[in-house]
Design a protein around this ligand. Sequence first.
Ligand code: 8OZ
Length: 368
Amino acid sequence: MSKQPLLTKYNLSGIELANRMVMAPMTRSRAGEGNVATDLMAKYYRQRSSAGLIISEGTQISKQGVGYPWTPGIHTDEQVEGWKKVTDAVHEEGGKIFAQIWHVGRVSHPRYHDGEPPVAPSAIKPKGQIFTADGMQDFVTPRALETNEIPGIVEDYAQATRNAIEAGFDGVEIHGANGYLIDQFLKDGTNKRDDRYGGNLENRSRFALEVIEAVTDAIGAEQTGIRFSPAARNQGISDSNPKETFSYLLEQLNDFGLAYVHLMEPMSDVSELENYPTQVTKFFRPIYEGTIITNVAYDQNSGNKVIEDGITDLVAYGRPFIANPDLPARFAENAELNEPDQSTFYGGGKEGYTDYPFMNESTEVAAE
Ligand code: 8OZ
């Protein structure tokens, strides 16, 4: 039998990936004091370094970008030092790792901002509650950013990018998905601005494009990826026409020569919603000319098939990588998978984090 497409090599704009299986970015809420990556996090990522590419959990570009407890940052010297342990561990095992750089925008709480509201394109409160160290809390109405504050945030993305390279990452993925700041600018349910960052498509895309320009200026397009979730409904995010919004944006991106665009399939049923693509990657593939990573709910068969069908180049796995540090080896042997335990996804220590068993002890990546 010929080799499974997922297990073939891939040249990611000059970075040689051992296979086409990407470890999806996943918040695990185990950072230490000062939102610094820990030795335990280095062990977790080291164990998963047989992924063709690891994308780190979201890491904050600034204090203003924080929205959850125990999530790491990449804006202080200590945070950069902490990440070096992670990137060294992954590189020692021959793996590759990008940092996902993140600003949550309105998906936050005054407790992280000295009692002030979080910031957003417009002063629109998300529905529902947010997880905090003291349990679930009501969202507050964010403060709409002044036009003249926006260049400073774009610069925070550029600085976080330079920090990521200093910390040893192979590149960065800009978090443009899941209802966080960039997504809040892109979509018209959260962007009611009347300056050059709101209104028509071109204006709503401006912030994302300025961030991409700043990041690619900092390190080069070939080390820059970006993740979008056109059909997401997380945290009350919505758009009147995601097909149109993301067609426009992806056309603009063709000019940049990025390492990749990472597209999330819907996480909820959007079949009844007008102008929402039910098959996101398939819908946008004809528009975007570069490398695509697809993600959400793929298994071994559907992952191989989506590459074979020419819909994607790489496939990101989330939960399967939580529970199976040696996921590529398991796919190679058509082996059984460990099941992830949802109760240990966020926070805590090594339980449900670095203690999932490898298939063979002989292939187990050393703890230190
Ligand atoms: C789960 C919990 C907290 C944050 C995302 C960064 O959805 C996240 C996230 C996921 O992209």
